[in-house]
Design a protein around this ligand. Structure first.
Ligand code: ASP
Length: 298
């Protein structure tokens, strides 16, 4: 089977001065994931490699450089899902794990559960060999400054502009036909402590089903949850006349019409054909073309 990979760095009003950095970050993630797939590696390893690059890049709202919550802390959520088994590993409210995707993977592979939160998730990650960091290590100077600006006016929404780079995600199919999707986020700027968005919720921020395809979503989490966006997009792949592009578009239209929100998604159908759609001003994404060349867009 021909491997396939698509990644995203969020769908929001990405400011002009962040466009190049978002594109470069997505391409770096694509390189990391593709290095695994092109050498006959496992889709799960490719997903993890790609997401780690994005989590470590402060341009994106995941891992280091995530948006701060109302109390000034980073709280991360992440999920990874296996299309073959419909099993997911998901974590929410992490303050001390540098790469939340690794904690999500540990839940997938080493626990009987689908989702762990906060303290319990951190302790589980630690017992699986992931180091715990000081919460301050996840805070980038840019996000601290943005949070300080927000605080001036009781975190009024208009101050959030300018640091709206988004959530990250990846979908990978390997040469053995293994299909995985993942999403990782710091959530929305100045969220209430304890708020969990769509990203780590199976069917909302991520879904993968070998009958249809696999999806990673991004955008306004409370709207994405209303329409169970990722599962809905997978279901839109079912009709024989559907294409990845049409399924992605239909799901985002539903997000606008019934969810009353904005966002976007990337997907691969079960054959590895990519699709994407968004109703935000911009979405950062990158994919590997069938001829092996890389394409990135913001
Ligand atoms: N969906 C994420 C959340 O609401 C945010 C994003 O995609 O940028 O937590």
């Amino acid at each position: 089977m021909r491997p396939s990979l698509i990644v995203h760095g969020g769908a929001w009003d990405i400011p002009d001065d962040a466009v190049d950095a978002c594109k470069e970050g997505c391409l770096r993630a694509l390189h990391a994931g593709w290095a695994v797939l092109a050498n006959g590696g496992h889709a799960l390893d490719a997903i993890e490699a790609a997401i780690i690059v994005l989590e470590d890049d402060p341009v994106f709202d995941a891992g280091y450089g995530s948006h701060l919550n109302l109390d000034g802390f980073v709280e991360c959520d992440a999920i990874v899902m296996d299309a073959a088994t419909l099993k997911a590993g998901s974590v929410a409210g992490l303050r001390r794990v540098k790469n939340p995707i690794q904690a999500a993977r540990a839940v997938l592979e080493k626990s009987p559960h689908m989702m762990l939160i906060a303290e319990g998730a951190e302790q589980f990650a630690y017992r699986q060999g992931l180091p715990l960091c000081d919460p301050a290590e996840l805070v980038s100077p840019a996000e601290r400054e943005a949070w300080d600006r927000c605080r001036v006016d009781s975190h009024a929404a208009e101050h959030h502009r300018g640091h709206e780079q988004g959530t990250v995600g990846a979908v990978a199919l390997d040469d053995q036909g293994r299909l995985f999707a993942a999403t990782s986020t710091g959530g929305t700027c100045c969220k209430l402590p304890g708020r969990v968005g769509d990203s780590p919720l199976i069917g909302c921020g991520c879904y993968a089903d070998s009958d249809t395809g696999a999806v990673s979503s991004t955008g306004y989490g409370e709207a994405i949850m209303r329409v169970v966006l990722a599962k809905t997009a997978c279901d839109f792949l079912r009709p024989a006349a559907s294409t990845p592009a049409r399924a992605a578009q239909a799901a985002v239209q539903l997000l606008a019409r019934r969810g009353k929100g904005s966002g976007g998604l990337i997907l691969l159908d079960k054959g590895g054909n990519p699709g994407m759609a968004f109703n935000t001003p911009r979405m950062a994404y990158a994919l590997v073309n069938p001829d092996g060349s890389f394409f990135a867009s913001v």
